[in-house]
Design a protein around this ligand. Structure first.
Ligand SMILES: NC(=O)C1=CN([C@@H]2O[C@H](COP(=O)(O)OP(=O)(O)OC[C@H]3O[C@@H](n4cnc5c(N)ncnc54)[C@H](O)[C@@H]3O)[C@@H](O)[C@H]2O)C=CC1
Ligand SMILES: CC(C)CC(=O)C(=O)O
Ligand SMILES: [Mg+2]
Length: 372
């Protein structure tokens, strides 16, 4: 298969982790006989420095003309510590999601068997965790009108959702649940928010078309607790932009590190793949960030294009690295392996094997269930 991939590695550890994902995709290319073309473009703080714009037109044009976008991370303390900055790195990512119509952000949460002892949570609680968050990505409070009074003493962010915005991601989430454990949990604050009550009405109506899927509801505050208390109870979590952002970072604790959690952002015409973490500026240039979230995002890219065996080969190589203890220091404080060494090991262990069927019987971190 020929794929044109736009490479937006961004800020902080973005370039370091994305470089490992590219190595792995190149290993897949070679092993399985595909042709992937990578074209880099700037986004985020680095793009502001270069052009004044966190999403330069040339970057957006490249993304629109590509089959997929592989994204690193954006963000820099320079802007985090400057509440008055009008131009911010995050605006680049938000605009990119909107321009590409990436309304559905899919964030699988699973536990690698060899990392069961790495989580701060008890093994008996986390073993067998396998859920996926469908986070609405182009609406809600991140995109609503923002105001700040002239005297700087009053600010607001509007949370707006339309039936159409809820409906299109709800259908994807129900379809995913149908192919998994047939349970969908809508997470909201319908006891307080009008927009949440619209979510409930729209999702309840759509549920009638998916009678095999059991729909239940959870308030976001309770969901935050249940995810940690009993993560196995979840199959598909459907939620809005803000709750999905927060709950997925919380979910990453189950597996042992946020450096393990990938995501796919999909729309009708485009798809983007990125780790759920940010630019982790404290680790920039130190060869210590975990590249697995980025590599798994590349595996989700392969999966998205129907290259299932290839995606499994990547996951199997990651699993091997974990079994051998070739992990970064977020998973083992004594580790002598850095971002580059982990990426190198995974890339050089990507093989075309008949064994994937048996490997699939284990929970290997990225199930077929994540295919849309
Ligand atoms: N999608 C994106 O590009 C995102 C960008 N950001 C931006 O990133 C910057 C930093 O934000 P933070 O709140 O500190 O979130 P962050 O996700 O960058 O880091 C939070 C903590 O998670 C851990 N962590 C993150 N990535 C890791 C990795 N690959 N390996 C091991 N540990 C890892 C570290 O302990 C780190 O202190 C900000 O400017 C923020 O706006 C934040 C979230 C998402
Ligand atoms: C705009 C981003 C910084 C939002 C975020 O934290 C995320 O997508 O995970
Ligand atoms: Mg986030």
């Amino acid at each position: 298969m020929n794929l044109k991939i736009a490479l937006l590695s961004g800020d902080g550890v973005g370039p370091e982790v994305t470089a490992q994902a590219v190595k792995c995709l190149q290993a897949v290319e070679e092993t399985f006989g595909h042709q992937f073309t990578f074209t880099s473009a700037s986004v985020g703080a680095i793009a502001i420095e270069e052009t004044g714009d966190p999403l330069p037109e040339a970057t957006l044009d490249l993304c629109k003309a590509s089959d997929a976008v592989l994204f690193g991370a954006i963000g820099d303390p320079k802007y985090d510590n400057q509440p008055d900055a009008k131009v911010r790195p995050e605006q680049g990512l938000l605009r990119l999601r909107k321009e590409l119509g990436l309304f559905s952000n899919i964030r699988p949460v699973q536990v690698f068997p060899s990392l069961l002892d790495q989580s701060p949570l008890r093994k008996s609680i986390i073993k067998g965790t396998d859920f996926v968050i469908y986070r609405e990505l182009t609406g809600g409070i991140y995109f609503g009108e923002k105001t700040l009074s002239e005297d700087g003493t009053r600010a607001s962010d509007l949370c707006v959702y339309t039936e159409k915005e809820i409906s299109r991601i709800a259908h994807l989430a129900f379809k995913a649940a149908k192919g998994r454990k047939k349970k969908l949990t809508l997470v909201d604050k319908a006891n307080v928010l009008e927009s949440s009550r619209l979510w409930r009405r729209v999702v309840s109506k759509i549920a009638e078309s998916y009678p095999e899927v059991k729909l239940d509801f959870l308030f976001a505050d309770n969901a935050a607790m249940q995810i940690i208390l009993n993560p196995r109870q979840f199959d598909v979590i459907l939620t809005d932009n803000l709750f999905g952002d927060i709950l997925s970072d919380e979910g990453s604790v189950i597996g042992g590190s946020i450096g393990l959690l990938p995501s796919a952002s999909v729309g009708e015409q485009h798809a983007l793949f990125e780790p759920i973490h940010g630019s982790y500026p404290q680790a920039k240039g130190k060869n210590m960030a975990n590249p697995v979230a980025s590599i798994l995002s590349a595996a989700m890219l392969l999966d998205h294009f129907g290259l299932t065996e290839e995606a499994q080969a990547v996951v199997a190589a990651i699993n091997k690295s974990m079994k051998k203890g070739i992990v970064t220091e977020d998973l083992d404080a004594q580790s002598k392996y850095g971002t580059d060494e982990v990426g190198e090991f995974v890339a050089s262990n990507i093989v075309d094997s008949d064994d994937y069927q048996s490997m699939n019987k284990e929970n290997i971190g990225l199930g077929k269930s994540t295919i849309i």
